[in-house]
Design a protein around this ligand. Sequence first.
Ligand SMILES: Cc1cc2nc3c(=O)[nH]c(=O)nc-3n(C[C@H](O)[C@H](O)[C@H](O)COP(=O)(O)OP(=O)(O)OC[C@H]3O[C@@H](n4cnc5c(N)ncnc54)[C@H](O)[C@@H]3O)c2cc1C
Length: 657
Amino acid sequence: MWKVAKKSINFFEKSLASTSHLSSLRLLSGWDRNEVAKFLDNHNHKTRDGLRNLFKDPLFIPKYNLSLAEERQLAYDRLKRICDSGLFSVKDFWTNPRNIFTAHEITGMVDPSTTTKLTVQFNLFGGTVLKLGTKFHHDKLLDSIDKFEKIGCFALTELAYGNNAVEMETTAHYDKETKEFIINTPTTKAQKYWITNGAIHAHYAIVFARLIHEGVDEGLHGFLVNIRDEKTLAVKDNCSIWDMGYKIGLNGVDNAALWFNKVRVPRTNLLNSTSNIDENGVFTSKIKDKSARKRKRFIVLADQLLAGRVCIAAMTMGSIKLILDQTVRYAASRLCVGPTGKSDTAILTYQLQNRALMPLIAQTYALNFALRYVEERFDKQSEADHAEVVRLCCIIKPLVTWHGENTATVCRERCGGQGYVAANRFGEGIAGMHAGITAEGDNRVIQQKVSKELLELADFEEVGKHMALKSEPIEVQQAARHIACDSVTSSEWQLKLFKARENFILNDLAGRLFVARQDGKSVFETWMLEESDNVQALASSYGENLAIEQFDRAIKTANPSLVPTLKELFSLYALDRIVNDGVFFLSNGFINADQVAQIQVEIQRLCKDLGKDSLELTGGFGIPNHMHHAPIANDWVEYNRVENNGELDNQSYRKLN
Ligand SMILES: Cc1cc2nc3c(=O)[nH]c(=O)nc-3n(C[C@H](O)[C@H](O)[C@H](O)COP(=O)(O)OP(=O)(O)OC[C@H]3O[C@@H](n4cnc5c(N)ncnc54)[C@H](O)[C@@H]3O)c2cc1C
C-alpha cells in the first residue's frame, strides 16, 4: 500500500501544475470519502451541502491586508450572504437545533470572524430572545434576526465580572410611574465588555442587569435595549459605545464596551418568559429564589450559554478539520530529503510527520462523534435528563477547543515557514481557538462546574472502598487496580481504562473533600486552593471517556467497509490519550511497564500505517476543493510563480475539481 502511496506522491510532484489528481490519491480500499463524510456529519446534510455550495462565491475568498473597518465589513457581508441563503433560522432552536450547530461547523471552515458574528446573532442574541422572550418579542424580532436586518448583541460580561457574571453591577430600576426600566452602568468596572457586534453593527442589545423593584434586588434579568437607530446607525441617547479596536485575532468581529447612563426602556422590554412586571407594577417570577444574589434566576438566564458552548465546539470542529486536511495535503506534496539525499520524498512519509499528525486526526474523529452525541442529546433533552445535558454541553467546549488550539499549533509547525504565511490560514485558526477557549465561560472554570456536578453523583460506598484501599501499601493498591489484557490493542481493555480512571478520580476527590470537611476546612479553601488539579482531572477524564464511548458506539453503527480503519483510529486515540496521562495510569497501577512498552510500539505502528492513508482520512472530513483557499492545500508552486503580496486574488493555483 505504501508503494502505491509513494508512486502517487511522485506523480503528484511531477504534475504540480495540475493538482486535480489530489482526489485520485485513493489508498484505502472500501473507504469512500463521501460516505465517511456523511457518517461523520450524520444530520442536516441539506444545510451542509447548501452552505458548501454557497461558499463557492468569491466573497468567501480570504483577504489579508485589510484595515479594521474593511475586515469588519467583510465579515458583515459574508454573514449577510449566509443569512440570505435561508438555510437555517433562529426558530430552529424550537424544532431542529442541530441545524444551527451545522451552520456553525461549516461556516467555521470559512472564517472565524464571520462565525463569531453568526453565533452571537443566532444563538446568544436570537436564541435568548426566543427563549427568554415571549410572543411580543418574537413577533418583533425573530424574522428580522434570520434576515440579518435587526442585528443584535448579548451584553452579559462586565469589565470586572466575566466568569463571575452573577456579581455584575449594572442595574435596571423599575419606575412605576412611567412604566419603564432605567438601565444604568454605575461604575467603570460595570461597563459591558467584549460585546460582539457591539462596536459597529448591532441595533439591539440584550442587556443583563439586576432588576430592582420597589427597592428589592430581584436578581439578574435580560432587557432588550435599542442601542442604535435601525436606519442611520446613530447611537441612541444616553448609550455610549466604545470600540475595543484591534485584538490578537478575529478582527472582523466588532467588539465593544457599552455604557448606559440611565437609559429608559418600556416595561415590555423585559424578556419575561420567567419573570414579569404587570401593568399594575406587580413583580412575579416562576423561579422562587430567596437568596441575596438570586443565583437560580441567573442560571435560567444564562441558559443560552449552554447552546453557545455547543456552537463554539461545532465551529471549532469545522476549523480543525480544515486545518488537518490542508496540512496533510501539503505534507503529501512537499518534498524534502530522500534516501539518496535528494529532495524527492514527501514529508508525509516521515515518521516525525506521522507521529505528530496521526494522533490529531484520530482525536478529531473521536471528538466528532462526541460532538454529534452532545448535539443529539441537546436536541432531544427533557426535564428528566437536563442535568446530564448541561454537563455534556459544558464538557464538549473544552474538549474541542483545546484540541483545536493544539492541532492548529502543531500543524503550523509541521508546515514549516509556509505555516507562518497568513494566507495558509493557521493564524486565524489559532486565534479562533483561543477565543473559543475563553468565550462562553473560560474552559477551566467550566470544567469546575462539570466536576462539581459529577461529584453530586458519587456513590459513597464506592468512595469508602476507594479510601480504604488507599490506606494499603502502594504495591497492594497497584495490584488491586491493575487491568490485565492479552493485547493493548483490545478496545475492551482500552474502554475499561478510561472508565476506571474517571471512577478513580471521582472517588478520590469525593474522599478528599470529605476528609477536608472533617478537618474543618471551608469548601472554598479545598476546592480553590488545594484540589484544583484533581478538579480539572475529573472533568477531563469524564470528557475523554465520553469521547471514547461515543467513538465505540459509532463504530458499531458504521458501514462494515469503514470499520477496520475506524478501529485503528479508535485504538490510536485511546493509546495516545493513555500515554498522555501515563503518570496517572502507571503510578496508580492500572497499567504496568510492560504494557507501556507495548503501547509505545503499537502507537508507532498505527501512526505509520494510518499515515499512508492520511489523505483519505482527512478527505473523509468532506471539505470540497473549492473551500480550500490556502496555497499549501493547492498548487503552491503555481501560487508562487507570480508576485502575490500574500493575497489570493490570482486564483490560478486553485484549478482543482
Ligand atoms: C472574542 C470574544 C468575544 C466575546 N463576546 C462576548 C459577547 O458577545 N458578550 C459577552 O457578554 N461576553 C463576550 N465575551 C466575554 C467572555 O464571555 C469572557 O471573556 C469570559 O466569560 C471570561 O471572562 P473574563 O474575560 O472577564 O475572565 P475572568 O473572569 O477575568 O477570568 C480570567 C482568568 O481567571 C481565572 N479564573 C476566573 N474565575 C475563576 C474560578 N472561578 N476558578 C479558577 N480560575 C478562575 C481563569 O484562569 C480565567 O481564565 C467575549 C470574549 C471574547 C474573547
